[in-house]
Design a protein around this ligand. Sequence first.
Ligand code: SAM
Length: 237
Amino acid sequence: MDTECPKNMADLFIVATPIGNLEDITLRALRVLGEVDLILCEDTRVTRKLLDHYEIKVPVESYHEHSDLTKTEKILSKLENRENIALVTDAGTPGISDPGSKLITEVRKRFGLDVKIHVIPGPSALTAALSISGLDQTEFEFLGFLPHKKGRETIFKRIKETENAFVFYESPHRVIKTLISLMEFLNPERQIFIARELTKSYEESFAGTAKEALDYFTSNPDKIRGEFVIIVMPIKN
Ligand code: SAM
């Protein structure tokens, strides 16, 4: 394997995977996933679907935010034993609002720079949504998922008072609640952009005010499905 570092060190590969369309994977990602000793993932069913599609037969184990210390120790000893490991999450780039960063933090704490962490870049819902939003500015703030309770109101107040764009991830269960809050807090003219089910067959984009978005989704409840990225556009775009 082309590990790009001395042989006496273990390698950890952080591999971006598709956010919907299985074709959105790099040649390097496929090569690395096929060559490592073990693939760690969030949900083995999701990752196996991708691996089966590309006929990759490497062992898969789950590693997620609820994985305990014993599991983490087991993985760290595999790295100590110079096993090459790839880490993927259910979709997109590990470490962007998903459990990916947990393992990376543990590996850095235990081994410092002795374990080489390679990034295999690829899709992310964040960059995918931004790229089609028409945002004409380089400055934006990424919030990941909004807090459910504590700090939620403070964030909406900050969005309201800030000129720049904000980007965040949203689930179908909370999207209406969030649109109601945006309608209550934002200037009524402020534009938002919503990207839903990017790269999938029901991919859809919406641009308009928060009220227009709320009207649209409440009158089309079949579209309150899948994954959402919401961008609050800057006051002047
Ligand atoms: N690490 C991932 C990335 O780089 O995109 C994000 C993981 S986060 C747990 C999952 C969230 O990403 C979803 O709730 C949704 O907000 C967003 N997302 C993932 N896939 C998407 C898609 N196909 N279309 C729109 N948003 C998506």
